[in-house]
Write a protein that binds this ligand. Structure first.
Ligand code: SAM
Length: 462
């Protein structure tokens, strides 16, 4: 029997929310100053910052978010795609199209079908995937997940390879997390959905997922199982966003204190229309302004934690949020089991509605026009730079000497293997500019040599 721990104290957060309402102008200034030094913020400071109202201070919040983003991540944007392998689900999450009350023929992909999907993803240039499936211990037990991971990693391609699989599956046991670790997953991703326990229990009625404490302590078990890169998230729209952000920060602090490292990434999904639910039932949905605010505040609070935005959001908003803190985006996504294979035939049974339907090639062109460097780099994870080793590198500022050159190498690979003329021209321009920005001469020379090798057919250099 797992020990029950709940480090999210509802009464405490509600009191803090009340108290923070009287945060004065000077205190917000102090917090903004602290954040601008890349020091990160405590959950109490975040509670105060959530009260920001003054237009000048808001302007400063965005400026600092932009500066932190630039100085820590440069202009790199990591690109990935989700891979849905099964929509079997025993849960009844009120908001989800895959809930068990929705009656439709459920699917789980065979090894061959998974490899077909992966081949289509590879053709789009993807190197990083997020494996997604519903929870069903009978139809899709952990062995199915492990086989799916193996199917992905062993798919044979003409050009590339899938180099990193992040896994987003339901909360499970230490033993199963050990198995995922042995299967060489990248980040283990699990959204808390909501930290507000009464809401959590209401939106997850009569189901395995309905055990708040078990879900909340999943990362404890993941860390005990040896996974040190964990990715958190809140499904915005279920409960008061201020409550969620404070709790999210408390969760991060708890992991830092007990395991020496907090979240590797934070995802910021907003609730979207899905089959069998109406958005009218969710009064806590947030508008674009609030969403922008949230992204900027998270960037200030945990400057070294990656932030992920999916194609649930429109191209316009994604463009803007990249400036304030988003460091990873999905592209060309399908939230449908077998969706990449089905796409051409126009068949879908999607988990929720998506808003950005552009191909990765289109997304990459736009990123390049925005002076961003799309990156398919997976080097850190493959060099064993995970957990606190990654965080130390990020905090030392040395990441610039590692990530920027690696991003350029994967971009050159993309241009060679998947680009058209227009993209290749853009890539060459960006690479010429970025090479000049590499400060260390030895790294500059090494990167130029590797770029040449890629042009001559070598791959996967980092
Ligand atoms: N089954 C896994 C679990 O229980 O954690 C996770 C996989 S699920 C495929 C991924 C995420 O999709 C969920 O954690 C949830 O936050 C999100 N999701 C579900 N319904 C959604 C909706 N209507 N709008 C936006 N995101 C949704």
């Amino acid at each position: 029997m797992e020990k029950k721990i709940n480090f999210i104290d509802q009464e405490y957060i509600e009191k803090l929310l009340e108290e923070s309402k009287i945060t004065d102008y000077k205190e917000i200034d102090r917090i903004l100053d602290k954040a601008s030094n890349k020091e990160g913020l405590t959950h109490k400071e975040v509670a105060s910052l959530l009260q920001i109202k003054d237009e000048n201070q808001k302007k400063r919040l965005y400026e600092i978010a932009g500066e932190l983003k630039k100085s820590i991540y440069g202009n790199r944007i990591v690109v990935f795609a989700p891979l849905y392998v099964s929509d079997y689900c025993v849960n009844n999450c009120t908001y989800c199209g895959y809930k068990r009350d929705n009656k439709f023929p459920r699917k789980k992909l065979t090894r061959e079908q998974i490899q077909n999907e992966v081949k289509l993803l590879e053709k789009m240039g993807h190197k990083r995937l997020a494996l997604e499936l519903g929870e069903d211990p009978v139809n899709v037990p952990i062995d199915y997940v492990l086989e799916a991971i193996d199917a992905v990693y062993t798919t044979k391609f003409e050009n590339g390879s899938i180099r990193r699989i992040n896994v987003n599956i339901a909360a499970t046991t230490v033993e199963n997390y050990k198995k995922l670790k042995d299967a060489e997953i990248g980040t283990y991703i699990l959204f808390q959905e909501t930290y507000h326990k009464p809401t959590y229990e209401r939106v997850h009625p009569k189901s395995l997922k309905g055990d708040y404490e078990y879900h909340l302590t999943a990362f404890n078990r993941a860390m005990e199982g040896g996974i040190d890169d964990v990715g958190a998230g809140v499904l915005f729209g279920l409960a008061d966003y201020k409550y969620e952000i404070i709790a999210l920060m408390m969760h991060n602090e708890y992991l830092e204190k007990h395991y020496g490292v907090g979240f590797h990434t934070i995802s910021v999904p907003r609730i979207k229309k899905a089959e069998g639910m109406s958005l009218d039932e969710y009064p806590h949905q947030i508008d674009d302004d609030t969403f922008r605010n949230i992204v900027a505040i998270i960037r200030l609070a945990v400057p070294f934690t990656g932030m992920i935005l999916s194609t649930r959001e429109t191209a316009e908003l994604r463009r803007e949020l990249i400036k304030y803190g988003i460091s990873q985006i999905s592209a060309g996504s399908s939230a449908d089991v077998g969706g990449y294979t089905d796409r051409e035939e126009g068949k879908t049974q999607t988990q929720f509605e998506l808003a950005d339907h552009r191909t990765p090639l289109e997304v990459l062109k736009e990123l390049l026009d925005q002076d961003c460097i799309p990156s398919y780099c997976t080097a850190c994870y493959r060099m064993g730079r995970t957990g606190d080793r990654f965080m130390q590198l990020a905090k030392s500022g040395n990441i610039q000497n590692v990530c920027s050159p690696n991003a350029l190498l994967t971009l050159m690979e993309y241009a060679m293997d998947y680009g058209d003329l227009e993209l290749t021209e853009k890539v060459e321009k960006v690479i010429a500019r970025e090479i000049e920005n590499i400060k260390r001469e030895d790294i500059k020379i090494l990167t130029l040599e590797k770029l040449e090798k890629i042009k001559n057919g070598e791959r996967d250099l980092y």
